[in-house]
Design a protein around this ligand. Structure first.
Ligand SMILES: *Cc1c(COP(=O)(O)O)cnc(C)c1O
Length: 397
């Protein structure tokens, strides 16, 4: 009779770097200190009214739906994709419980346990958790702050290839970097992946939040149908993170068959939320125009204010609502903690996410932070001003 244990996965499952500092923020607040949250991507933008209204039409029985999602919703999604130049039909679309489940199902279906997936770092940290769940190994490839975290040259990818490499995950527009990859760079990646029989799993949940040019979908490339898997979600598009709807879009029929088997095991995605997501597709363009304008304004304010910090390295993000900033400190983790526990300006302080947690390579990103510009500009200015004052004070220590 041994001892009761928990899974060995505990050793490889990372704690969220975004939430890690939360207890310190709670403590600061309990002392009556106001905390500006630049650490977390919860937008304050209103969900479209048309989506909210749909939640008032709940049927008398909330039934199970099809495992692949409601037919009417998938059909309607085709019209949305057509509008954003992504040519697909409903048989290519599999509805999931958020983009999160879409990534998990894709990894479970495209890779076998022990296979490898290459991911440019810094990356959305939950990819680590999804990889643990699927039993696959993340192989990071480092992108550089100096060139705005653009995709590395293909020779860098080539250097990471092993017989177990099966896929590359990209996030475009990027969380946490704000990078948007050019069509040319993506074409190089597509050629490389085709040649080496790799999937490219492209997380495009920030498509609508592109401030320079337009984000190119992985589904736009010709002769790449079987390799391309696109991940999508309603969370950010409609500022509806709690409405748990996402999808996998791919033309790879074999892959979709296995995805369906995993889908059947969890029965179906949420029915009521799908009805709301279907209604949300009729959100007027004016909504997106206004939201994009607001984020662009915030980005510009964040960029300008951060550039005023002596010694800061500030790439101008092209999309999403995050940026990774280099600071003149040795240990941004310690600085972020110190801001919460020790620094006050007019009884206020700022919370940021240390960027080290977004890297898989040990020791990288130690002097970087991630900022989510999800506050209104007035607060954003104050928050970054506090960051600047704090930095001066911190460096005196
Ligand atoms: C928010 C987010 C997701 C998924 O979110 P869901 O709420 O599960 O749809 C996926 N990828 C990135 C990069 C994100 O920021």
């Amino acid at each position: 009779m041994g001892k009761l244990t928990i899974s060995s996965r505990n050793a490889i499952m990372q704690e969220s770097p975004i939430r890690k500092l939360a207890p310190l923020a709670v403590k600061a607040k309990s002392q009556g200190v106001h905390v500006y949250h630049l650490n977390i991507g919860q937008p304050d933008i209103k969900t479209p009214q048309i989506m909210i209204d749909a939640y008032h039409n709940i049927p008398p029985v909330i039934e199970y739906g099809p495992s692949e999602g409601l037919h009417s919703y998938r059909k309607k999604l085709v019209s949305y994709y057509k509008k954003v130049n992504i040519p697909v039909d409903e048989s290519n679309i599999f509805i999931t419980t958020g983009g999160s489940e879409a990534i998990i199902f894709t990894l479970l279906s495209a890779l076998s346990p022990g296979d490898e997936v290459i991911i440019p770092e810094p990356f959305y940290t939950n990819y680590n958790g999804f990889a643990v769940m699927a039993g696959v190994n993340v192989v990071p490839i480092t992108t550089k702050i100096e060139n705005g975290f653009d995709l590395p040259p293909m020779k860098d990818f080539k250097a990471k290839l092993t017989p177990r490499t099966k896929a590359i995950v990209i996030c475009n527009p990027g969380n946490p970097t704000g990078a948007v990859f050019s069509r040319e760079r993506l074409q190089e990646l597509v050629n490389f992946a085709r040649k080496n029989n790799l999937y490219v799993i492209s997380d495009e949940v920030y498509r609508e939040f592109t401030y320079e040019g337009t984000a190119t979908s992985i589904l736009e490339f010709e002769d790449f149908e079987d390799n391309a898997v696109m991940i999508d979600s309603t969370s950010k598009r409609y500022s509806a993170c709690g409405s748990r709807i996402g999808c996998i879009v791919t033309k790879n029929k074999e892959l979709l068959k296995l995805i369906l088997k995993f889908g059947q095991a969890r029965l179906c995605p949420p029915s009521v939320d799908q009805v709301a997501a279907e209604a949300a597709i009729d959100t007027p363009d004016s909504y997106f125009k206004a939201v994009k304008k607001e984020y662009q304004k915030r980005r510009d304010v964040a960029y300008t204010e951060l550039c005023r910090i002596p010694g800061a390295v500030v790439p101008n993000p092209k999309g999403a609502f995050y940026m990774v900033v280099g600071l003149p400190v040795k240990d941004a983790d310690d600085f972020a903690k110190w801001l919460l526990s020790d620094f006050r300006y007019k009884n206020e302080t700022t919370m940021v996410a240390p960027a080290s947690g977004f890297y898989a390579t040990e020791g990288l990103g130690k002097n970087q932070i991630r900022i989510a510009y999800v506050l209104k500009t007035e607060d954003l200015k104050k928050a970054i001003h506090i960051l600047k004052l704090g930095l001066t004070e911190y460096k005196k220590k």
